[in-house]
Design a protein around this ligand. Structure first.
Ligand code: TYD
Length: 201
């Protein structure tokens, strides 16, 4: 028995978090066990690493290594066992975020990230990835009202432009896995797009 691995991605301020509880509800209504989690984080150790990753400044490669260290633990403790028992795992971010933020925006070498991905995940990949896409200005204006922005949320337009570009590029390269959602539309419209995707799973 194997479950399904669903990931949510997008720039900070794209609004993905707004949809999580609704997605859980829909999947549970379809009779699935749903395990909702996030990265960095998802385990006790991962949540400690998240604190460091979101608030301490560090070399971009240190950041990459810590993201994958947290991910190794996440897969071992939570993701793999849940999938093995047939659950649906819904993760708020996964490795596409490392490609977008550490490689696309912070210029960590692609080959290094690919190597870590292979090491940590072997052949584990999400079955489906919902990419919440908004123009950079929209993301920045939403973040301007955030109360206690973390270190990523304080970055500039150029940084977010590179993130958006990398995400869209990855979506183009993996069309079977990605669903790109125009998250600049009114909330009800975005919600409907998400529902349509979930109902096809
Ligand atoms: P985010 O998912 O936006 O959480 P919240 O909605 O609570 O702010 O925050 C996680 C941050 O971590 C986000 O800015 C992206 C960053 N991140 C990376 O840079 N690389 C990664 O591999 C992951 C998983 C996240």
């Amino acid at each position: 028995m194997t479950g399904k691995f669903i990931t949510l991605e997008g720039m900070d301020g794209a609004g993905k978090s707004t949809h999580i509880s609704h997605i859980i509800q829909r999947l549970e209504a379809q009779g699935h066990e749903v395990v909702s989690t996030r990265e960095p984080g998802g385990t006790a150790l991962g949540e400690k690493l998240r604190e460091l990753l979101l608030h301490e400044s560090m070399h971009a490669e240190t950041e990459t290594l810590l993201m994958f260290a947290a991910r190794r633990e996440h897969i071992h403790q939570l993701i793999a066992p849940a999938l093995a028992r047939g659950a649906y795992v819904l993760s708020d971010r996964f490795t596409d975020a490392t490609y977008a933020y550490q490689c696309g925006a912070k210029q960590v070498e692609l080959a290094k990230i690919q190597l870590l991905e292979q090491w940590v995940q072997a052949d584990l990949q999400p079955d489906i990835t919902l990419l919440f896409d908004v123009p950079v200005e929209v993301s920045l204006s939403r973040l301007a009202t955030a109360r206690a922005p973390d270190k990523f949320e304080r970055e500039n337009a150029e940084f977010f432009t590179r993130i958006r570009h990398t995400y869209l590029q990855r979506a183009k390269e993996n069309p079977a896995r990605f669903r790109v959602i125009d998250a600049d539309k009114p909330l009800e419209v975005v919600k409907k797009s998400v529902e349509d995707i979930i109902s096809t799973l």
